[in-house]
Design a protein around this ligand. Structure first.
Ligand SMILES: CCCCCCCCCC(=O)SCCNC(=O)CCNC(=O)[C@H](O)C(C)(C)COP(=O)(O)OP(=O)(O)OC[C@H]1O[C@@H](n2cnc3c(N)ncnc32)[C@H](O)[C@@H]1OP(=O)(O)O
Length: 254
């Protein structure tokens, strides 16, 4: 019951952004003009580069969203710099010395790393959040530019997707957080261009610390590729930020 209420509340938050695609029936993304600096395209919706299996998994999870137990998380190229100035301001105020060293001219070109590749070549993924269970499942299809050893994914690419998934779980559960520690056991190499499931779970919150674990499995769950544990530190223990809303409605303004 509580879980459903939370899911409805999250769903309501989604609706705050004008033109946000509804959770149950995602619409097509608006075509970009070449002059636009930041794309409004929701990269977590089906694209031509998605394989049949990726599309099938997306449809299965969207079905699970229908009763509100799971929530589809949209994903854009930019979150902080365009959509929420106060988010950037907070982060820069938390790290004043590091902030001074940022090249402000380059800042406007900032993009979320996992969304900076051409469609199909890098990270294609979609995340679904279960509020009652504090879980995120990420369906990940890595492209050919993520190669490490010939024919397999680069370990750094896997680590990146793990960090993005457990990080999103920590953000949705705890607010503004940063990765303090990430431990990864690579148990089996992941064939290049395959689709895997990244299952993350919030294990514990201890004051400012959030512990999140995850595994990476084949779609049929027969192969356990990777296991990881992580520690996130909450930066805003007192200050309430609309970070959940920001994540769920993270499109830059039109
Ligand atoms: C929306 C799209 C986003 C998608 C998700 C993306 C997720 C990606 C997230 C990232 O990759 S973040 C980038 C990588 N991380 C960093 O650059 C963080 C660098 N580290 C820091 O800036 C600071 O160490 C940090 C902010 C994490 C903590 O510094 P603080 O000064 O705020 O906290 P402090 O050092 O006082 O530590 C608070 C508590 O955490 C504990 N702690 C901190 N770091 C720890 C550590 N590494 N291991 C164990 N414990 C640690 C520390 O001992 C202490 O425990 P107690 O409260 O019990 O005394």
């Amino acid at each position: 019951m509580l879980g459903r209420c939370a899911a409805r509340a999250l769903g309501a938050l989604r609706g705050l952004r004008e033109g946000a695609p509804p959770a149950r029936s995602p619409g097509p993304s608006r075509r970009l003009l070449s002059s636009e600096k930041v794309s409004e395209k929701d990269h977590s919706l089906p694209k031509p580069c998605w394989s049949k299996d990726m599309r099938l998994l997306f449809d299965q999870f969207m079905k699970k969203c229908e009763d509100g137990s799971w929530i589809h998380l949209p994903s854009y190229e930019d979150i902080a710099t365009q959509r929420s100035q106060d988010f950037s301001t907070f982060i820069h105020a938390y790290f004043p010395t590091a902030s001074e060293q940022i090249n402000k001219e380059k800042l406007s070109q900032g993009r979320i790393f996992t969304r900076s590749f051409e469609d199909g070549l890098g990270f294609e993924y979609v995340m679904f959040y279960n509020d009652a269970e504090k879980r995120i499942v990420c369906v990940f299809q890595g492209g050919p530019h993520l190669q490490g050893m010939p024919g397999f994914f680069h370990g750094g690419a896997i680590a990146t997707m793990i960090d993005a998934t457990v990080g999103m779980n920590a953000i949705v559960s705890g607010g503004i957080v940063m990765t303090a520690n990430l431990n990864i056991n690579f148990k089996r190499p992941i064939p290049l261009c395959s689709i895997v499931l990244i299952n993350s779970q919030l294990d514990k919150i201890e004051g400012r610390k959030l512990l999140v674990s995850c595994n990476v499995q084949s779609v049929d769950e027969k192969i356990l590729y990777t296991e990881a544990t992580s520690l996130f530190i909450k930066l805003n223990p007192e200050k309430e930020f609309h970070i959940k809303e920001l994540v769920l409605n993270s499109a830059p303004p039109a």
